[in-house]
Design a protein around this ligand. Structure first.
Ligand code: ATP
Length: 230
């Protein structure tokens, strides 16, 4: 579904991504792991079209989107869940959900969102400001599903969350996968990554240095924790 070929990205003269190539097949969950500063966020932002100082190829279902602006990438079915979650704090949970623009017939109706995220149903009238970190993360994911995105790009969905909430996010990622949505996510939590993903790419200094299926990834857990310095 998603093919990335020789993607490079810069901040000024500094190269943050160096000829990255990777694939994500329809229905897969794939993680990007790597130390802080490895280039993970830059990679996701470049895929979404949010980082424009980039070269190479990004194709979605065979369509080259490299010159396509971000709002049109969204219309093609890419959904970005940023790491600061982007919740409108003065609006209620439900208003945040209702604001999501519909981009395909796969858009989730509110009832389905509330069934999958009972926490959001309970908090539907609560203001964005009053949500916990876990609730914000769920709202951010739900808002993208509301659009009907086929490819979900998640930037560290478990960052800073308590273990019980991390487990709930894991259930949601698996449920999202079960509905046929494809997921590419950044994840520093190796144990979590192993419970949700089919495959993993390890990024170091802007390059892909390893590509592992989940069985290899689990077998290498200790080694990876050491590499990541976590
Ligand atoms: P983290 O987990 O810390 O977010 P990351 O793997 O997502 O790390 P990026 O944020 O993509 O890494 O950063 C890749 C490289 O680009 C790093 O060397 C970083 O210092 C640099 N970089 C990131 N954002 C900027 C920016 N706005 N201006 C200049 N350099 C940047």
């Amino acid at each position: 579904m998603l093919e990335i070929r020789n993607l490079s990205a810069w901040y000024g003269e500094a190269r943050a991504l160096d000829e990255v190539s990777l694939d994500v097949a329809a229905g897969e969950v794939v993680t990007l792991v790597g130390r802080n500063g490895a280039g993970k966020t830059t990679l996701l932002r470049s895929v979404m079209g949010l980082h424009r100082h980039a070269s190479g190829q990004v194709t979605l279902d065979g369509t080259d989107v490299m010159r396509v602006p971000v709002h049109r990438r969204a219309r093609l079915g890419m959904g970005w869940v940023q790491d600061d979650r982007g919740i409108y704090s003065s609006l209620s949970v439900e208003e945040n959900l209702l604001l999501a623009p519909v981009v395909s017939e796969k858009a989730w109706p509110l009832a389905r969102v509330y069934e999958t995220f009972p926490v959001l149903a309970d908090r539907r009238r609560a203001a964005g400001t009053t949500l916990s970190g876990g609730e914000q993360q769920m709202l951010a994911i739900a808002r993208v599903l509301r659009t009907g995105a086929r490819l979900l790009l998640l930037d560290e969905p478990t960052e800073g969350l308590a273990p019980v909430i991390v487990a709930a996010i894991g259930d949601i990622v698996r449920e999202v996968k079960a509905t046929g949505v494809t997921v590419l996510l950044i994840e520093q939590n190796v144990k979590f990554a192993a419970t949700v993903a089919d495959r993993h790419y390890l990024l170091s200094q802007g390059r892909i240095v390893e590509h592992l299926d989940n069985t290899e990834f689990v077998a290498r857990e200790h080694d990876l924790l050491e590499h990541l310095g976590v």
